[in-house]
Design a protein around this ligand. Structure first.
Ligand SMILES: NC(=O)c1ccc[n+]([C@@H]2O[C@H](COP(=O)([O-])OP(=O)(O)OC[C@H]3O[C@@H](n4cnc5c(N)ncnc54)[C@H](OP(=O)(O)O)[C@@H]3O)[C@@H](O)[C@H]2O)c1
Length: 185
């Protein structure tokens, strides 16, 4: 079996995830959680990959991209300029294929889809899609980009790596949720 595919996102009460090419909120601990979850591996010899759409890539401040200690994959139908160590792919299938073939194949533990909307939607329908790490931001923000519907095949579960219960930062309450779909062998 190839690497598992997980999604990670933070969405507010209307399932909004973005506004005008940026995040609607500033939650430092939530961002640290994103970094931890997408970076940590069980096998110290392996790395994770992060797959993102071109707009999400461009939304990351220059000093933080490529995202450290992860194989960065950017989806675009155009030949955009990216750093040498970033994989530019013209489809999600191509990205997944490259992450499963040599030389990367043996070195990737988990593939994380980190947005935006259409990339989440497409990956949710892939058979290897295993878990959704969704931060439920308990407030309403004006958004122009949204997380897609979570299908009933995904059930809530408790992950020991994930802080339980309500979190709060700058007066904003939020909770880390994890959904899982059974993978067919
Ligand atoms: N809250 C969160 O967790 C979270 C996470 C991520 C992003 N965001 C926010 O969401 C917004 C950005 O997301 P978005 O949905 O607008 O855009 P996006 O998905 O990041 O980027 C869309 C672009 O990605 C490329 N693309 C997407 N799917 C592709 C595919 N299958 N094959 C080839 N290219 C593909 C296309 O680029 P080309 O046009 O170049 O072909 C497309 O125009 C920002 O506001 C960002 O801050 C929030």
């Amino acid at each position: 079996m190839g690497p598992r595919l997980n999604l990670i996102a933070a969405a507010c009460e209307n399932m909004g995830i973005g506004i005008k090419g940026r995040l609607p909120w500033k939650l430092k601990s939530e961002m640290a959680y994103f970094t931890k979850m997408t970076s940590q591996t069980k096998d110290p010899n392996k790395k994770n990959a992060v797959i993102m759409g071109r707009k999400t890539w461009q939304s990351i401040p220059l000093k933080y991209r490529p995202l450290a200690d992860r194989v960065n994959v950017v989806l675009s139908s155009n030949k955009i300029e990216v750093d040498d160590d970033v994989l530019l792919c013209s489809s999600l299938e191509m990205a997944m294929a490259q992450l499963q073939q040599p030389p990367l194949g043996e070195t990737i533990e988990t593939v994380w889809v980190i947005g935006g909307s259409s990339v989440y939607k497409e990956s949710l329908n892939m058979p290897e899609c295993h878990r959704i790490y969704l931060t439920n931001v308990k407030a309403l923000y004006e958004c122009d980009t949204f997380f897609p519907e979570i299908l009933p095949a995904f059930k809530l579960l408790q992950d020991p790596d994930v802080p339980q219960g309500e979190q709060e930062e700058n007066g904003v309450k939020y909770e880390y949720k994890v959904y899982e779909k059974d993978l067919k062998d």
